[in-house]
Design a protein around this ligand. Structure first.
Ligand code: AMP
Length: 202
């Protein structure tokens, strides 16, 4: 999506993993929750998004944010202050069995941070990153016990965020069980954004 639209991706999970790797206070606080598959406190998630926005001026796609109604409300205030309203909120719907399957096949490049599926983008976990040649690894929370915790957190805290955006008329539901191209075609249709000239969330 970001490549097609000339936008930057803000993955709060990636920002937090970078804070952990850098050994910052924010990272230490985040690690206490992330290693159990729990959401980090809203304050920590919002701080990481604000610091990212301070450093960037381009259009953006938030990935994995907001994950609580508190974060959604705080995001509204931040974006009103910055005069950069959201264009759309995408809800990618996927049966739990398929989520489990995709998580079990996910590998992440240690160098460029991109995610890939074993069997789709690479033949095995031992392959090199197809984009930059870096070493592929499995995320420490991509196992079935942690996934159960993350799904519980999702039902308790993130599902209500859908009602929040649905009430605002901004939610676009995307059926995400197809191939990446099929899912992207739906996203283009749902957002009405289909060229690099147009931007999302600027
Ligand atoms: P992700 O990379 O999006 O799967 O997120 C991995 C982990 O980072 C989650 O299980 C949470 O512990 C933490 N995390 C990521 N985004 C958020 C958020 N918006 N709010 C709270 N915790 C988050």
């Amino acid at each position: 999506m970001a490549e097609h639209w000339g936008a930057a991706v803000v993955s709060v999970g990636d920002v937090l993993r970078a804070e952990i790797a850098a050994g910052t206070e924010l990272g230490r606080e985040a690690a206490r929750e992330m290693e159990h598959g729990r959401l980090v406190p809203d304050r920590v998630a919002i701080a990481s998004v604000e610091s990212w926005l301070d450093a960037h001026r381009e259009a953006f796609v938030f990935d994995g944010f907001p994950r609580t109604v508190g974060q959604a409300e705080a995001l509204d205030e931040v974006l009103v202050r910055r005069r950069s309203p959201l264009t759309a909120v995408l809800w990618l719907e996927l049966p739990v069995a398929l989520i489990e399957e995709r998580v079990s096949r996910r590998v992440v490049c240690q160098s460029c941070g991109r995610s890939f599926q074993v069997g789709l983008h690479v033949a095995s976990r031992e392959d090199a990153c197809p984009v930059c040649g870096g070493v592929l690894t499995v995320r420490s929370d991509d196992n079935s016990a942690m996934l159960t915790n993350r799904m519980e957190q999702y039902r308790a805290h993130t599902q209500p965020v859908m009602d929040f955006y649905e009430a605002k008329g901004m939610l676009r539901k995307i059926e995400a069980s197809g191939t990446p191209d099929e899912v992207f075609t739906q996203i283009e249709a749902a957002t009405g954004i289909n060229s690099a000239q147009e931007t999302v969330g600027r």
